[in-house]
Write a protein that binds this ligand. Structure first.
Ligand SMILES: *Cc1c(COP(=O)(O)O)cnc(C)c1O
Length: 368
């Protein structure tokens, strides 16, 4: 039988593992930070109506410049950040993973490096590998935080072609101040990306979009996969100087955003207040989960996202397995004693709290 090692694979891909968060059908799936509330019915109807009109034009290639979608994204961002943004500053692709890939295709590559502060999003090293960009992981400080001084010193020393600050950071949840972004930008010559996949879940979101003026190497990446409950549609986007956006046109495939994707996203963005109405209740469930797990004696890391990184498990693997046996899927990493749990609906959160309470030695308040 032929295996991968018999093939003339590129050196940088040898021994790498594909992205592999388990996709299992379970009653309570809280492992990939999806919005478990789904889309409001009235928006669902509007999206379906737009799609059914668009299908009639499927014989033609879609708008390569996704003009209407860029206008919708610019207007959503202008309304929610208070900054005045125009469509020339917007890029989009099939998930922010593809947006980040475009960045690395244009600005990374052989002889160049991508730096980020770990633990962080597991896709960054895979995207680096896929574009033959050297991956430079630098550890975060105490409690996974970053300071302007530390970030500036690190970037000055390594001067990578691209650096990513994930804020709030996945998988730790850690929030980040704009001072860190400012210090990072001034410390090196490369492209600085702030990955704001979870920013809508911050109690008081402060987006790096407000720093774009006068910083042409800064890019802010966002996604509709989390707060917008649109992970299945695949729509990520980026805000930056129009010149940086032009660089991404050099590497994207023509017509990379399907007509159906463009139309669905435009309809969703038109209804953004409805699409985002679950955010508040998800945040409340995150706070409730944090309190319950703290009361049980676990260490809950500060989070501005829709998930928590929880430490203090004597045997995280066995907690993971035992929750899975009860139909609850959460996330384990190579951070010893830690598990990551997405904040879901009230019912899902109750299920997780009860399951972990029952597994916790000497817990109080449980009578059976
Ligand atoms: C989920 C996530 C994304 C979003 O990826 P999509 O490709 O847009 O679904 C981006 N960055 C981080 C840190 C994430 O956790």
């Amino acid at each position: 039988m032929v295996t991968l090692s018999d093939l003339p694979l590129r050196q940088s891909l040898k021994g790498q593992q594909p992205y592999g968060a388990p996709q299992l059908t379970v009653p309570v799936a809280l492992n990939v930070n999806e919005n478990t509330h789904g889309i409001p019915d009235e928006v669902k109807t509007e999206i379906v109506e737009s799609l059914s009109k668009a299908v009639a034009q499927s014989n033609r290639y879609p708008d390569r410049e996704f003009t209407e979608l860029r206008e919708s994204l610019a207007s959503y961002l202008s309304n929610t950040t208070g900054e005045s943004l125009n469509p020339e500053q917007i890029w989009a692709a099939n998930g922010s993973n593809e947006v980040l890939q475009h960045i690395l295709q244009a600005f990374g590559g052989p002889g160049r490096s991508l730096l980020s502060f770990t633990p962080t999003y597991s896709m960054y090293p895979l995207l680096a590998g896929g574009t033959d960009t050297e991956w430079v992981p630098i550890p975060r400080l105490e409690n996974y935080t970053l300071t302007p001084e530390y970030v500036a010193e690190t970037l000055k020393k390594h001067n990578p072609a691209v650096a990513i600050l994930c804020a709030p950071n996945n998988p730790t949840g850690t929030s980040q101040s704009l001072d860190v972004v400012k210090a990072a930008y001034d410390a090196f010559d490369g492209i600085l990306i702030v990955d704001e996949a979870y920013i809508e879940f911050e109690e008081e979101p402060v987006s790096a979009v407000s720093l774009l003026a006068g910083r042409h190497r800064l890019a802010v990446s966002r996604t509709m996969s989390k707060a917008f409950a649109f992970a299945g549609v695949r729509l990520g986007y980026l805000v930056a100087d129009p010149a940086l956006i032009d660089a991404l046109r050099l590497v994207r495939l023509p017509y990379h955003l399907s007509l159906l994707t463009q139309v669905a996203a435009v309809a969703a963005l038109k209804n953004y207040p409805l699409m985002l109405q679950s955010v508040k209740s998800i945040t409340q469930q995150r706070i409730r989960l944090a309190q319950a797990l703290t009361d049980l004696g676990y260490t809950v890391n500060q989070s501005g996202a829709n998930f928590l990184l929880v430490g203090g498990f004597a045997d995280a693997d066995s907690v993971f397995d035992s929750l899975l046996e009860q139909g609850i899927l959460i996330r384990k990493f190579n951070i010893p004693g830690h598990l990551r749990i997405t904040a879901g609906t009230e019912t899902e959160t109750t299920a997780v709290i009860e399951a972990i309470t029952n597994l916790t030695p000497n817990h109080s308040g449980q009578s059976n």
